[in-house]
Design a protein around this ligand. Sequence first.
Ligand SMILES: [Zn+2]
Length: 447
Amino acid sequence: MLTPDEVKARAKALMPGLTEDLKDLVSHASCSFPGFPEEPVHEMRRAAIDVLERHGADVHELDLGEGKPAIYGEMAGPEGAPTVLLYAHYDVQPAPVEAGWDTDPWTAEIKDGRLYGRGAADDKSGVIIHAGTLGVFEGELPVNLRILIEGEEETVSHIGPFVDANPEMFKADTYVIADMGNPAAGVPAVTTTLRGNVIVIVKVKSLEHPAHSGLFGGAAPDALLALIKILGSLHDEAGDTVVPGLAKFEWNGTEMDPDAFRVAAGMVDGAELIGSGTVGARLWSRPMASVIGIDAPSVKDAANVVLPEAAAKISMRIPPGADSENEVGLLIEHLKKAAPWGVHVEVERVRVGYPFSARMDGPAVKAALAAMQAAYDTESGFMGSGGSIPLVARLQGISPDAEVILWGAEDVAEAKIHASNESVDLSEIEKMIVAQALTLQTLGQES
Ligand SMILES: [Zn+2]
């Protein structure tokens, strides 16, 4: 049994090496989106396996039958000890340079204690935290460990059906999901709720071919205009999502300061928060539909025609307590009803991810809170997250009595995950290694 000071000393000693490892992981452009180069994704997976193995993990590539393989491993602890599954993902969002990066997204740079690069926080920091946690124990694990590092969290994932088909591999007493973050660096909090996420593509067709806008415009229905009307029907004047029947709830957890939120979101001068209610309610307990992409001619290529076809991708966040299958049905029905002028509308389901609400009274969450307090030398709280991790609800499904700990080094205030200039505070990684190691030790002790 290591004392908290011993755990801290070991984590500190591991950090220089882990920082180099994270720099290397960032250099692999592991975007798993369809159409992106696949080789960097495979290189990233091999690099992650290497980092984990060098820190004592016994892991291998896990072929899911479809899509990018995951990383999986099982490591035995003391006889009779509980089983803990550590989760992270090795794929990342794209990092288009035109989104305004100050540095090359695939070349890690350290400034004021933060390491910049795509995936530095989301979620290559999770891989590093798990490696560091193993490193702290130097081969003497206090619990039975399972590791799952997914390669398609940010895109169409194939892990869910694989988990359903092979539940024995993924059962655990406690799941530790290192793909979250504190409200700000140095301010510890365990995440207790996640929004679900449903994604659909709406396609509009109004004509068999483009028509000259001088000869036909004014009477022939324009597909892009129809699409704009459909998309415009999703929100009211305030910006609340108004698809009829969607579930919404009250928010009773930690609140988020509106001014801090403005800064973190990068809102321009004079821009207003959209929606109604407290910031916490808007982010964590209500549905929110966003248009995340549109297929239409670019401004540069625009010809003077009535457009025959247009499409948009809609991502809708679903609050905990809502049924995603039901909500995606309501969204599709609403989109079809909103179509003007008899244009043809097709809606394709891309993803149906479930929201999640953690049990907060179990021994693992208590151990996690105490461990965070020891790691950060300050009291730890609970927070919601507007993000979604579809797999979490599935894991809870195969181990209904298991507790789920959601945390990580992706601080909300500065990490800018999914955006340009993503970064991670290296001291957050160190503290999260301490928190995870202490949690595992407590869980091992209690068995
Ligand atoms: Zn993530």
